[in-house]
Design a protein around this ligand. Sequence first.
Ligand code: JFZ
Length: 466
Amino acid sequence: MKKAFFTGVFVVMAACGFAQPLARETAGPGNGSAGSDTLTRDQRMAWWRDARFGMFIHWGVYAQLAGEYDGHTIGKAAEWIMNRGKIPVAEYHKVARQFNPVKYDPDAWVRMAKDAGMKYIVITAKHHDGFALFGSKASKWNVVDATPYGKDLLKPLVAACRKYGMKIGFYYSQAQDWNNPGGAVARKPTSEGWANPDSAKIDAYTAAHSGHWDPAQTTDSMGDYIDKVSVPQVKELLTNYGDVAVLWWDTPTGMTDAYAGKLHALLALQPKIITNDRLKRPDFPGDYKTPEQKIPKLSDLDGQDWETCMTMNGTWGFKASDHNWKTPTTLVRNLIDIASKGGNYLLNVGPTAEGEFPQPSIDALKAIGVWMKVNGAAIYGTKASPLAPLPWGRCTVKGKVYYLSVFDWPADGKLVVPGVKGEVKKASLLAGGAALKTASGADGLVITVPAAAPDAIASVVKVELK
Ligand code: JFZ
C-alpha cells in the first residue's frame, strides 16, 4: 500500500518535471540503509551478480548501411556512421525507408543467447542516431513510423525473453541524438572516409553548433529534446514492456543534473530495475560501472560492481567489412578472467539489416555454449578469486568451492595452487567428473591431473574444501 503510494508520488513528480530527490538507493559504501519502501541495492543486484554473462545487441538503421556510404567505408564503429560521415538528416531518413528486417526471429535470438549461457540481453532501444526500435508517440523517427517494416521490434523480443527466462534490458542514448532536434552530438572532428561535397560548409556549421552538422538537428534546444523525446520515450520503455531488468544509459554529452534528475525519477516505474553509470557523471553513479572494450586490471578494481562490454569483432553495429573476429578461446577466457575479478561480461552482437546475427557471431556463441554447458558452474554465482594471480589460469569461488580454470595445462601433470587454505574434501574435473589426487606441497596445493587437457579452451578443476 505504502509502496504503491510512494511510487505514484514519484511518477507524478516526474511527470511534472520537479527536481528529483534520488528516490533509489544507489552505489556507495555506507548506503545500505534504504527504507522499507525501496528494495536495497543488494536485492536489486542479486540476479545480475549471479548472472555474470549477458548479450549486448546493437541494432538500428545503421545496419542497413553496414559501414558504407556512397561507396566508402566510413569510420570504425558502424553505428557511428551518420556522425562520422556527417550524413544529412534527410539522407539518413531515406536509409530507414529501406530498413525491413523480414528475417528477424527474436525467438531464435533469445535461444542463441540462452544456449551460449547468457542470462540477460541489453538491446539498443535507441542509439545515438535517435532511431527508436519501438513504436513511440514522442517521435516519428521510430521503426513503426519510419520504416517499411512498420512493427515494434522490442515487443516480440521481450515476449521471447519471458518465454525462455531471459532478463531483458534497454540501452537508451538519453543525451546524444543526431536526428531528433535538440539532441546532443559528441564532438568529433570532420567527416571521415567520405568526400562529402559539402565538407567546408559542414565544418563551419559544426564548429559553430556544438558538433551538429545539419540545421535540422538544432531546431530545438536540448532542454526541449529532453522533455519532448528523452523523458517520454524512457517512460514508454518503462511502461509498455513489463519488467525491464536494466536501463543502460550512454554518453552523457550535454547532460545537466536537472535533465538527469528527470530521467532518473522515471526509474520509480520499475522498482526492481538496475542501471549503469552513464546517465550523468558524477552525481548519478547508477548501480555498476562499465569498462568498455577492456577488462580492468586487479589494481583498478575498487569493490564496486562492474560489467565489461565488448565487441566480437571491432564494431558494435553490423559492418560488412569487419572480419576481425575474436576466437571462441579468447571470448571464453575473457569471461573467465572477468568472473575471476568479480565482474560481468556483456558480449555484443550486431545483427544485419535483415534481422540476422552474423554467422561468425552465431558460431562463436555456439562454441561458448559448448564450454558453458560443461563448465558453467565456474562462472554463475561465483565470486572473485581470493588467490594471488595464477600463472596457468584463473580462479573463481563459491563458498568453500574453488573453480580453477586452467588455460596452460601443466606438462608434468602437477597443477600447483598457491594460497589455498584448508583441507581438501574432494578435487575433480568438471569435464567428465573424474576425481583427482591432491597433496599439500611447499608451494601450495598440488593436484595430480591427467596428461592431456580435457578442454583446449580452459579445463576446470573443482576443489571442495572441508
Ligand atoms: C558508446 C557508444 O558511443 C558506442 O556506439 C557503443 O554503443 C558503446 C557501447 O558505447 O561508446 C563509448 C562510450 C563511452 C566510452 C567509450 C565509448 N568511454 O567512456 O570511454
